[in-house]
Design a protein around this ligand. Structure first.
Ligand code: FMN
Length: 405
């Protein structure tokens, strides 16, 4: 049984998002939300050979995220074979192949969603990645593949830093999955899913749009439901994806389509808490609606605490010059916060954790006199002076600084 089969259904996971679901965001989401599964941002298989340090940075993860799946993309089967070994050697729980990215720089080269137009190559990639995993399981080493010794040493070190263990990961067969779309310029879900099923991936995650649609229009959940029917009794799970805003949407879509699970992407941006009520969704589905799914209410205090924790983790992992990559997350955390437009505009100009602390402190002090509820969750602590709240936060911040990666 692989980990996908062991997860209580429906699977409710965090969708991969390039530039968003990096190691820090996934760590925070795992701690404060707890999705059933996380995926790395997609990593080009060529990176392993031309920019090995980028590969290691992009495939960094924390133990708390497990099960964690490495997502890779490309168009050269032999490279998938080699990178599958690296993914196994890094101790990932699964390997996912991106066949859904619509970005020009990816699809124009025949990778990502362009593979929908090339079913033969798509099948060959799935098969070769699976063979790579199988041969690694049987004892083939990175040295045997003549992988750069410096990369091999970096993998060993990153395993030790992450797990605290010197021993290499257990040689096991990890499942291969595919994340894709409904078609290239029009919906071909029937033919495409049939093609993929022939390679028996453990999971197909299906975003309910075509490449041409990019992110426009609405995700077509009826087409996803057709894919579910096709995969019945095939041993492959279908995860639906697209436009799920909250757990109520998850409940409705799972009931309507019978998907084995879902992935949530944009609704988790600045909202790692979204997964908190996933168990209630599962209970509600089992009880046919007899269990209600509560609205997740996040106090300002908790929001600030997580902002600091996330910023600390990001700075520790990426270092100061890359802190610009944290700014979008800060803006998302302040989204939907009435009266916080000014805070948001300041947050997107921060360069390090100290500046984040300073902006939050200024904000807390400025609202101390003219305190106004920002959102419904604000009411919870309305009677508390915000500055005291912030002092409590500072203690948390001290603890967050001690958090190691
Ligand atoms: C900024 C951004 C980056 C993305 N990067 C990836 C990626 O690296 N791999 C992937 O399979 N999908 C990627 N996606 C697609 C999402 O995983 C997901 O399929 C899509 O956003 C629809 O789901 P949603 O409506 O829940 O966001 C990305 C989406 C966004 C918005």
């Amino acid at each position: 049984m692989n980990f996908w089969q062991k997860i209580d259904k429906p699977v409710i996971g965090l969708s991969p998002m390039d530039g968003v679901t990096d190691a820090s965001f996934r760590f925070i989401t795992a701690r404060h939300g707890g999705p059933d599964v996380t995926f790395t941002e997609f990593v080009n298989v060529e990176t392993a050979f031309f920019a090995p340090h980028t590969l290691i940075r992009d495939l960094a993860y924390s133990e708390i995220e497990r099960p964690v799946v490495a997502q890779i993309y490309g168009h050269t089967p032999e490279l998938f074979y080699q990178v599958a070994h690296i993914v196994c050697e890094l101790g990932f729980d699964g390997l996912d192949i991106n066949m859904g990215c619509p970005a020009k720089k990816v699809a124009a080269k025949g990778s990502g969603a362009a593979l929908i137009l090339n079913p033969k190559l798509a099948r060959s990639i799935i098969r070769t990645a699976g063979q790579g995993i199988k041969h690694w399981r049987e004892g083939q080493t990175l040295c045997d593949l003549k992988i750069n010794p410096e990369l091999i040493e970096t993998i060993r070190i990153s395993n030790r830093l992450r797990s605290g263990l010197e021993i290499p990961p257990r040689r096991r067969l990890i499942p291969v999955s595919v994340k894709t779309r409904l078609g290239y310029d029009h919906i071909v879900v029937e033919e495409w899913i049939q093609t993929l099923l022939e390679e028996k991936p453990s999971v197909i995650s299906l975003h309910g749009r075509t490449l041409k649609q990019m992110y426009k229009g609405n995700a077509d959940w009826e087409a996803i439901a057709r894919a579910v029917k096709m995969a019945e009794n095939s041993g492959t799970l279908i995860l639906g994806n697209g436009d799920l805003q909250n757990m109520q949407d998850v409940y409705r879509r799972v009931r309507e389509t019978n998907v084995d699970g879902v992935l949530l992407g944009r609704s988790a941006q600045g909202n790692p808490w979204i997964f908190r009520t996933k168990e209630q969704v599962k209970q509600a589905l089992r009880s046919k609606g007899a269990v209600s799914i509560p609205h997740v209410s996040i106090s300002l205090e908790e929001r600030f605490r997580v902002i600091l924790e996330h910023s600390n983790h990001f700075e520790k992992q990426r270092g100061n010059p890359s802190f610009v990559g944290m700014r979008k997350h800060l803006a998302w955390y302040c989204r939907n916060s009435r009266g916080a437009a000014e805070l948001r505009s300041q947050m997107v100009r921060t360069n390090n954790v100290s500046e984040v602390v300073e902006r939050l402190r200024n904000y807390a002090a400025s609202v101390a006199s003219k305190f106004e509820p920002m959102d419904p969750t604000f009411h919870e602590h309305e009677h508390e002076p915000p500055f005291d709240k912030f002092m409590a936060l500072s203690k948390v911040e001290g603890r967050a600084r001690l958090l190691s990666l």
